[in-house]
Every structure is written in C-alpha cells, then in structure tokens.
Design a protein. Structure first.
Length: 133
C-alpha cells in the first residue's frame, strides 16, 4: 500500500476542447495532472503491474459565500461539498497516474471516493495492489 498527498485545490477532468481541427487539454487540468504525477513520484509510488484498489479523499475549500457557523459545521462533517462532480475529480487523478502508479487505469478494479471540506485543500491518494492482471 502506498499513499501520497497532492496539495492545492483538487481540479476536475474536462473534456478536450477543439480549435478548428486541433484538440487541446485545458491548461488548468494539464497543470494539475502534472502536480498529481509529481506528487506520486516524490512519494516513490511504484509502478504497479497488477490490479489495484484506489482510494481518494478530496478535501475541498469551503466556499466564501458560506457563513462562519456553516463553515464550522462543514469542517465537522455536518454537510458535504456538492460543487464539484466526484467522478470528474476521480478521472483527472486516475488519468494523471497512468504510467506513474500503474501501467493503465484499466488496472483499477476498486475505487473508493469521498469529498470533504477543509481549510487545507488537497487530495489524499492510497493505492493498494490486490492481484495480478
């Protein structure tokens, strides 16, 4: 089992944009995916060859429109974030870890995801090899 943290606000995966006949990835997404890959390499995550289970905890910033009382309640887990799609958050991380933590994200056979509020936005990723491909 290996675990690493990507500091900063988690970013969602976005569909590739088209400019005429050329497709391009949004700059924010590309930058964040590089940060995910770098964090995994810095934590010396091995390149898994077999099947893996991935757990990702997304800690999102509390919106500035929320009252102080509601902010405290959010930090205590009274309510969960709804401003970002959980599946798109996960896809951005899984794609970024291709050829870094596993050969291809097809190897991910178990995925556990959670969104929480925090004063320190980040994503905590845990990867466990669970079998051979």
């Amino acid at each position: 089992m290996t675990q690493f943290t990507v500091y900063g606000k988690p970013e969602v995966w976005q569909r590739a944009r088209r400019n005429g006949k050329q497709y391009y990835t949004h700059a924010t997404q590309e930058k964040y995916q590089k940060a995910v890959a770098w964090s995994a390499r810095a934590a010396r995550v091995p390149l898994h060859q077999g099947l893996v289970a991935v757990q990702i905890l997304f800690y999102l910033p509390i919106p500035s429109t929320v009252t102080k009382k509601a902010s405290r309640e959010a930090l205590e887990g009274a309510w969960a974030p709804s401003q970002k799609d959980l599946d798109n958050l996960a896809k951005n991380h899984l794609d970024a870890l291709n050829e870094v933590a596993y050969v291809d994200d097809r190897q991910v056979v178990r995925l556990t995801l959670s969104k929480l509020y925090s004063t320190e936005p980040r994503a905590v990723v845990t990867i466990t090899e669970i079998g051979v491909a």
